[in-house]
Design a protein around this ligand. Structure first.
Ligand SMILES: Nc1nc2c(ncn2[C@@H]2O[C@H](COP(=O)(O)OP(=O)(O)OP(=O)(O)O)[C@@H](O)[C@H]2O)c(=O)[nH]1
Length: 854
């Protein structure tokens, strides 16, 4: 077969041959005959060697990705015209000297996902040509010397290696435009500085030219676990160095932050409240590279699946999906309330079940990978395969469980010693030490000083310019410029000391010097028992907001039945709970007025916690049509803004009725999630989708969107081993309408994909169920690269029931015989705050919408 294909391609394209995914173990001799060949693609085969390749002396491009090459093929040195060489995803450990010195035209070199720890010195001879170098996922402890001599290098990738340090020389004297080094235990510059980009790295080094770096050992520590587990008790007892009794009523609301030192380490404690309602805000605050203390109440714990899932499994699962590289220390509390022997049994049980859970994840991941590799058309799943491989390399580190009685300070001390022991272990925590220019520490100290000074308001929110002028007045910071301050703020934001959302337009000039203030604002609106809070707003507060008791009843009713709060109700809620003395200005700025949206809402929307709804009445399903190329005009809504909080929704009946039930003829597809649809994913998807499509109905686990009069149902099914989000559209009456229907589906698929990037441990696979009623088969979607149509076939045959279907009934394929739509501007979708997302050929142009279709 290989021979046949090679010959065929040789005759079609005399200078280019593609022999991907053919399980080749040897090079077909026919290929070697054509010495005029300029491009040879051999990716995804089983090649160990490529003897005879030197005969193809005119090759400009050689792709050997994803083979079984362990010994670097030395014959490559004869390919002196080579411009592009891909050897990624092999098992190469060493590249000998004397190869690259012959490849003087080499522009593009891919060596990622091998086992390299160094490069030959003669790579430097490619200094005039090499522009792209990918060394990610190898074993480099240092940047190879030769790389520092590559004067033309523009794109350099070295993620997921073992680098502690980056040399300044890497960033000077070359036109570097793209540099990625995440996933390295970097100290100098720390990963948080690198995350700021090349400019911030350069500024870091320029600071170090005049002064020496200082060592900083700081550990962000997040306390997670179910309600009443003992998180706050541990936090406070560690801090106050005594057993601190807390009343059960003193529940944490949202998140509490505190900082303290144990020996030479500074710990930043983030105490997360246990109730599920708060999970919606976790994505705003949970960050990678932290120690996670998972607190389990041993008095409540029982040796069965259900309790394990509630108290432990839920958290491990979510950590695994969200921050798969983190370190988790399980702590069992309330052991003084347990019998002798019980603690040991529970300890064993928790650890065994966690291990079994992780093992199950690993096995299913391997299963997915093997499935893709064995697939007939595995080349169309390359992206999926790559993502799975990346997930496979992540491991959640679970430390030995410690059991404590939090009412006994001896136990707290035991826990402290264990924490210290772990963070000192560089293998577990390679990122704890950071080397910083003194200005970073000076700005930080000055900020702490500002926060603590009497003149600073409680909220510690400050305009960026004002902050700069205050800091620049300090003797040691007179030379502080705006850019340097932004670099330092970006760093402090990354480590969780301040909050600065520079990427949110309305917030970029605002710095929260005390994260606690912003968190307090969040927790007033995202909390358990919100109904009771609404009911308890005092008459004085109502009057202050020009509201009546009847308005209050209406707020409660609307919230209970529709999960919506109007701006006036939210203002009253905040006033009711926050002592606002001296904070009137900030209050107005954050909460806004009728005519003007407050900043808090921009933030809540940015994080997909709520959705602005201008009209709380039912919307018209016959929504106005898109006019291709022209954005919709914005309709001015006169009614007061209302905000929908999907996580508080309870019913689905109304939406089901508008949809009118599933039909066997519907076009439908499922996005399968493994291990499961993460908590809050669906609600966030709804917020995102509904801010894109103005006509929508939202319910618990269900959402109906309307675009150009066509409804699309999005439904969640979160059952163990069968977790998916389903998209359903009515089958178009005319073939010409398939395109618009699939465009609508693809828009939502694109949002699902974008959103899922925030859960690196999550795997999503799109499948369309076979249209034969009783057939259990499903058609797997290939990778969507955003450019090509999904498939070239016109007809698809089910491998199980053998029925044939027109492709557009299953996948976004529009037949060529369908009359082409009139020429349109290039496909261009703008998904709110997601930047520009383009997917597939399309004939509609949509901008950020905020309109009503009446
Ligand atoms: N007897 C005993 N009581 C404990 C222990 N740990 C915590 N408690 C008590 O359990 C109750 C709940 O503890 P918290 O620290 O508030 O629990 P939490 O995990 O922060 O709870 P949320 O704020 O709801 O998330 C408090 O009354 C504590 O004093 C323990 O080891 N033994």
């Amino acid at each position: 077969m290989a021979k046949h294909k090679a010959c065929q391609e040789l005759s079609d394209y005399p200078r280019e041959v593609t022999l991907s995914t053919l399980r080749l173990r040897v090079l077909p001799p026919t290929v070697l005959c054509d010495t005029s060949l300029e491009s040879l693609n051999l990716d995804r085969n089983k090649l160990k060697r490529i003897p005879g390749i030197s005969q193809l002396c005119n090759l400009k491009k050689l792709i050997l990705s994803k083979n079984d090459i362990a010994d670097f093929p030395e014959e490559i040195r004869s390919l002196v015209h080579l411009e592009k060489l891909d050897l990624n995803q092999n098992q190469i450990r060493v590249i000998p000297e004397g190869i690259f010195s012959c490849l003087l035209k080499l522009k593009h070199l891919r060596l990622n996902n091998n086992r390299l720890s160094d490069l030959p010195k003669d790579l430097a001879t490619c200094q005039g040509s090499l522009q792209y170098l990918n060394l990610s996922n190898n074993l480099f402890q240092d940047i190879p010397q030769a790389v520092l001599k590559l004067a033309s290098l523009q794109d350099f990738y070295i993620q997921n290696n073992m680098l502690h340090q980056l040399p300044v020389g890497l960033f000077t004297g070359r036109p570097l435009k793209m540099f990625k080094a995440n996933g390295n235990p970097l100290r100098e510059p720390p990963g948080e500085v690198c995350a700021g980009g090349i400019q911030q790295i350069l500024s870091y080094f320029s600071q170090l030219q005049t002064c020496q770096a200082q060592e900083d050992r700081r550990v962000k520590t997040m306390f997670l676990g179910a309600s009443l587990a003992g998180k706050s008790t541990i936090c406070k007892s560690l801090q106050q160095r005594r057993a601190v009794p807390l009343s059960k009523e003193a529940r944490t609301i949202g998140i509490e932050i505190s900082e303290f030192r144990i020996q030479d380490f500074t710990f930043l404690f983030w105490d997360f409240a246990g109730q599920l309602e708060y999970y919606m805000t976790h994505h705003v605050f949970i960050t990678p590279q932290a120690l996670v203390i998972l607190v389990i109440n041993f008095q409540q714990y029982q040796l069965n699946d259900k309790v394990f899932k509630e108290l432990v499994g839920f958290w491990i699962n979510n950590l695994f999906m969200r921050i798969p590289n983190s370190v988790v220390l399980p702590v069992g509390t309330h052991i003084d309330c347990c019998d002798e022997g019980e603690v040991e049994a529970k300890k064993q049980d928790v650890m065994n079940r966690i291990q079994a859970m992780l093992e199950e994840r690993r096995t299913s991941l391997i299963h997915f990978i093997n499935n893709l590799e064995d697939s007939e058309e595995s080349e169309i799943y390359v992206d999926q395969w790559n993502r799975l491989k990346e997930t496979e390399s992540c491991t959640l580190t679970i430390l030995d469980l410690i059991s404590v009685n939090c009412t006994d300070y001896q136990d707290i001390k035991k826990l402290e010693a264990a924490i210290l022991g772990h963070v000192r272990n560089e293998e577990i925590f390679p990122n704890v030490i950071r080397m910083l220019p003194p200005v970073y520490k000076e700005v930080e100290a000055a900020i702490v000083d500002i926060v603590q000074s009497e003149g600073t308001a409680e909220h510690s929110m400050m305009d960026l310019n004002l902050l700069l002028s205050e800091l620049a007045q300090r003797e040691n910071l007179t030379g502080l410029g705006r850019e340097l301050l932004q670099d330092v703020l970006r760093y402090l934001h990354h480590i969780g000391l301040i909050i600065w959302y520079e990427e949110v337009k309305q917030m970029e000039s605002m710095v929260f010097l005390r994260p606690a203030f912003l968190i307090t604002m969040f927790k007033i609106l995202v909390r358990y028992h919100l109904v009771q809070q609404l009911e308890s707003i005092s008459v004085d507060t109502l009057v202050g907001e020009h509201a009546t008791i009847r308005d209050q009843s209406n707020w409660v009713w609307t919230f209970k039945s529709k999960a919506m709060l109007c701006q006036q109700a939210m203002r009253a809620l905040v006033k009711h709970q926050l002592p606002l003395e001296g904070m009137e200005d900030v209050f107005e700025e954050m909460m806004g007025r009728k005519s003007q949206k407050g900043k808090l809402f921009s933030l809540l929307e940015h994080f997909e916690i709520c959705l602005e709804v201008r009209n709380t009445e039912k919307l018209n399903p016959a929504a106005r049509e898109f006019v291709p190329g022209k954005p919709w005009e914005v309709t001015q809504g006169h009614s007061e803004a209302c905000y929908l909080f999907p996580m508080y929704l309870n019913h689905s009946k109304d939406v089901s009725e508008v949809w009118g039930g599933d039909h066997a003829e519907d076009l439908h597809l499922r996005a399968y999630f493994s291990p499961e649809v993460p908590e809050s994913f669906f609600q966030r998807l709804m917020v995102k989708a509904c801010s894109f499509y103005s006509a929508h109905w939202v319910a618990k686990m269900m959402c109906l969107l309307v675009c150009s009069g066509k409804p699309l149902l999005i439904k969640e099914n979160n059952q163990k081993g069968y977790s998916y989000i389903e998209l359903r559209c009515r089958k178009p009456a005319e073939r010409i309408e398939f395109r618009i229907t699939w465009d609508l589906v693809m828009a939502i698929v694109s949002i699902i994909r974008k959103l899922s990037d925030e859960w690196p441990g999550l795997h999503i696979c799109l499948k369309t169920p076979c249209r034969t009623a009783v057939c259990p088969a499903e058609f797997v979607w290939p990778d969507l690269d955003g450019k090509s149509t999904v498939t070239k076939e016109d007809i698809k045959t089910c491998g199980t029931c053998s029925h044939q279907f027109r492709t557009e009934l299953l996948l976004p394929k529009v037949l060529s015989d369908v009359e082409a739509p009139p020429a349109q501007p290039a496909a261009h979708y703008y998904v709110t705050s997601y930047g520009t997302t383009t997917f597939g050929p399309s004939n509609v142009h949509v901008s950020r919408q905020n309109i009503l279709d009446e």
